[in-house]
Design a protein around this ligand. Structure first.
Ligand code: AHN
Ligand code: ZN
Length: 332
């Protein structure tokens, strides 16, 4: 009898010990995402201002003065946070043969670190609001507060935070140009998808193998500032980098934005992450807004319309995406 009691007591000690050990280990889950918020607080007011500043140049359409001025501004901002800058210029061909003076902007945090994360977003504005409900607007340029400036704004805010808070991993912020010169809806030219993401195609095409291998993974930020936006799991991201999708959506939950990142599938999107995955071989996901009930567009009511301006940028959306990316970076 006494022997049995001793055995039970002994078993309890072992069980408690294993549980305690389990609790310690559970500070991170299988994918290393911390189960508590980690890293600096993302400042959405600051990100909002970075978005505003880009829009102040006007539409940053290819071959325009506003485009070139804004490109120089983006370089100065990243440089001001201590990042190493490599501008990658090229003449790219639009779907109708137009020569596009393109500049991808690569800003590196800890450029010599071999273990890196890729963050990316496009910085050009669409030259035509071809999805505007009013036909009279469909050849006007898009200000692109959400579809362009928001992704760069989130990256600039993260760069600002990295300048103060040390992360041991390297981070490359790649601002892709010429994403939004895809065949307009009013054109007769068939859209095979290749006219989009021209800057990303160029970057992926010349990305050295060594560089590609240095990235653990990539995250593309596209339309990350829209009013009431939600981010569903994008199909191509799940196909090419499902573990990264899971990691990011878990991080969103940990920082309290699970409702902004529903655990559900959205659409399959042709975007800058495709050449990054297919040509460069870097697993890269797309955080892109998806509005399942929006009549105007599943990308949201202002997508490729003249209403894509600062009046429709939502700090809560910027906060949700920014804090989620911070969580991912500081959990690595
Ligand atoms: C297509 O409409 C084929 N792709 C959307 C990619 C995009 C445009 N992202 C922002 N603007
Ligand atoms: Zn667009």
């Amino acid at each position: 009898m006494k022997n049995n009691i001793q055995r039970i007591a002994c078993a309890m000690v072992i069980v408690c010990g294993v549980m305690a050990c389990g609790n310690l280990r559970k500070q991170t889950n299988d994918d290393q995402t911390a189960l508590q918020p980690v890293g600096p607080v993302f400042n959405a007011d600051s990100a909002f201002l970075f978005c505003q500043r880009q829009c102040d140049f006007g539409p940053r359409t290819m071959n325009s003065e506003a485009h070139d001025q804004c490109g120089q501004w983006i370089i100065r901002q990243f440089a001001g946070y201590g990042m190493s800058i490599v501008p990658q210029e090229a003449i790219l061909r639009g779907y109708d043969g137009t020569a596009l003076k393109s500049m991808n902007i690569i800003a590196s945090y800890l450029p010599d670190q071999k273990d890196r994360i890729l963050l990316c977003a496009h910085w050009d504005s669409r030259p035509w609001a071809d999805n505007d409900p009013d036909e009279a607007n469909r050849k006007k340029p898009v200000l692109a507060a959400n579809d362009g400036a928001s992704g760069v704004a989130v990256m600039l805010e993260i760069a600002r935070l990295l300048a103060k808070d040390s992360l041991k991993l390297g981070v490359d912020f790649v601002c892709f140009d010429a994403e939004d010169w895809g065949v307009p809806q009013w054109s007769d030219v068939p859209d095979d998808g290749n006219s989009w993401a021209l800057g990303a195609q160029y970057w992926a095409g010349v990305c050295p193998r060594q560089t590609a291998k240095s990235y653990r993974f990539g995250i593309l930020l596209d339309m990350v500032g829209g009013e009431g936006a939600q981010f569903y799991k994008e199909g191509m991201s799940v196909q090419y980098a499902s573990s990264i999708v899971d990691k990011v959506w878990r991080a969103a939950q940990v920082v309290g934005f699970g409702s902004v990142f529903p655990n559900q599938m959205g659409g399959y999107i042709t975007d800058d992450h495709l050449p990054v995955n297919k040509q460069a071989g870097i697993p890269c996901i797309d955080i892109i807004s998806y509005y399942p009930d929006c009549q105007q567009s599943s990308f949201g009511p202002t997508w490729h319309t003249i209403n894509d301006d600062m009046d429709h940028i939502d700090k809560n959306t910027l906060q949700a995406v920014g804090q989620t990316v911070v969580q991912v970076l500081f959990s690595e």
